[in-house]
Design a binder for this molecule. Structure first.
Ligand SMILES: NC(=O)C[C@H](N)C(=O)O
Length: 513
């Protein structure tokens, strides 16, 4: 294995240790990741934009500051990929949409500013379903991302680019956004770790809004400790986001380092442990629970009867909010402007621009949302959905009166084939049956890998959910389970991904040309 190959396989925490010890420079680590992107991203297509030169400049600056004895953040010098939903100063930010093609924002989103201030090195922007609407990245206006485990399969969505970049060793860390599962479901299908923090834990200032009462920014990584370290960097109050929580947060990294499940009460959600889930997904989920039980956790069954209505409520609340948030793409202020032949009124230009700039899934949701909010239907649709949302929140409250965390499989199936669900929006929406309730209630959730499904050899994730502001509980149980599984497997799951060697990816790429 070459030096570069070795560097890209390190966890962010281990790479940070090597950087701090002076064994390796940030320029070397950044170059190794840029080389990896150059070698495999033609086949994976995790990135929409790679900012190679700027990343190397940032890395050189960190190396200089370190050499000068400046005290730097724990992750200083470590490369990171950024989901294209977050605006980045001087770098394209499209949210996967044609309508923002060519727009270069004049400022950084707060989570991006924070990672820069902590000395991390942004490598570029990752692919996603247009405006984060989807579970496969196939709704990206720039073509789908491929799952590094099997290039014919989806990497999840909407943040499939971030998850695939991390799974394919193109970046040790990535930022994602999760409105109904967009961090956790891609983590599940790519064998990575994804966390949706408590609503309000991380500022959304500069995040291109999908549904403002649901959106949350969070980490995508290969280890639970790396996710904790990244959450520690990005969480915290921001006066630019009125929903951001003012109270300080305890260290999530400490929760991982002290992880211990003895006496922890874990509630298995009965409604999400059912026939509708792939057999191998349930098998790995139950094996993980058994492992936790053998190490002192108490497993109990809990019932959340209103979760079955969560998807229906989400697909009224989300389109309603999205139709309002996307109204700002009006051809006047950002990106694309299409003028009908021979000119046109402002309204005609706006309409031609939105017609050309938005893809079919975005149009579908704008129409749904506009309808749900229209006079005469508002109470019947949006009003009822809000009532269901309250019932889902109450289900969580009564469950958390009895248990410390809840556990579910993260998603019903392993990675499906590209194209398989593209013509069936409802089938696509059902991927989020286990992840949406957390967004409706604002509670935090983590997904981490628990093995490969026996029937197809593809990764399976377990999801843990905790009460709002108790994100540390997720890092505790996730960190403990990860250690137990690593001991069983004798090494990380991602080392077993068949399509992950540069050689094989290149062969596939050449074969495809
Ligand atoms: N945005 C998300 O969190 C993903 C979800 N699948 C959606 O399409 O809304």
């Amino acid at each position: 294995m070459s030096h570069g190959d070795e560097l890209i396989r390190l966890s962010a925490a281990d790479l940070a240790g090597r950087l701090a010890a002076g064994d390796v420079s940030s320029v070397e680590a950044t170059q190794a990741h840029l080389d990896r992107i150059g070698a495999v991203d033609g086949a994976v297509h995790a990135f929409l934009h790679v900012a190679g030169e700027r990343a190397l400049d940032t890395a050189a600056d960190i190396d200089r500051r370190r050499a000068a004895g400046e005290s730097l953040g724990e992750l200083a010098g470590v490369p990171i990929a950024i989901k294209d939903v977050l605006v980045t100063e001087g770098m394209p930010s499209t949210s996967g949409s044609r309508i923002l093609e060519g727009w270069i924002p004049p400022y950084d989103a707060t989570p991006v500013r924070k990672v820069r201030e902590a000395g991390l090195v942004p490598l570029g922007k990752t692919n996603m379903d247009e405006f984060a609407m989807g579970s496969s990245t196939e709704h990206s206006a720039y073509g789908p991302t491929h799952n590094p485990w099997d290039l014919e399969r989806i990497p999840g969505g909407s943040g499939g680019g971030s998850a695939a970049a991390v799974a394919a060793f193109e970046a040790p860390l990535a930022l994602g956004s999760d409105t109904g599962g967009s961090i956790r479901q891609p983590a599940h299908v790519t064998g990575t770790v994804g966390v949706k923090p408590t609503y309000g834990a991380v500022s959304r200032y500069g995040s291109i809004a999908l549904a403002s009462s649901l959106d949350q920014i969070g980490p995508v990584t290969r280890t639970v400790l790396d996710a904790a370290l990244l959450q520690d960097v990005i969480a915290g109050h921001d006066p630019h986001d009125s929903t951001s929580i003012a109270d300080p947060w305890p260290s999530m990294a400490d929760a991982v380092r002290r992880a211990d499940v003895a006496g922890l009460r874990i509630g298995v959600v009965k409604e999400l442990d059912s026939e509708g889930f792939q057999a191998g997904v349930r098998q790995r989920f139950h094996e993980a629970l058994d492992l936790l039980e053998r190490h002192g956790a108490e497993i109990v069954e809990v019932s959340t009867p209103n979760f079955e209505h969560a998807i229906a409520a989400y697909y009224l609340i989300l389109p309603a909010e999205a139709s309002s948030n996307l109204a700002k793409f009006d051809s006047v202020r950002f990106g694309l402007r299409v003028t009908p032949e021979g000119g046109g009124t402002v309204e005609q230009v706006m309409s031609a621009t939105r017609e050309a700039g938005f893809g079919p899934e975005v149009k579908r949701r704008i129409i749904l949302g506009t309808y749900a909010l229209s006079a005469g239907y508002y109470d019947a649709y949006y009003g009822s959905a809000q009532k269901v949302r309250t019932l889902v929140q109450r289900d969580f409250e009564s469950a958390f009166a009895n248990v410390d965390v809840l556990a579910t499989p993260t998603a019903p199936t392993t990675a499906f084939k590209l194209g398989e669900k593209l013509d069936d929006p409802l089938a696509m929406y059902l991927n989020d049956v286990a992840t949406i309730p957390a967004n409706l209630a604002g509670v935090p959730g983590i997904s981490l890998p628990v093995g490969l499904a026996p029937e197809d050899g593809l990764p399976v994730g377990i999801q843990f959910l905790a009460p709002a502001r108790q994100d540390a509980r997720l890092y505790n149980v996730g960190g403990a389970l990860e250690q137990l599984l690593l001991a069983e497997w004798g090494g990380p799951l991602l080392d077993r991904a068949p399509a992950l060697t540069t050689h094989e990816l290149l062969a596939t790429e050449e074969g495809a040309v």
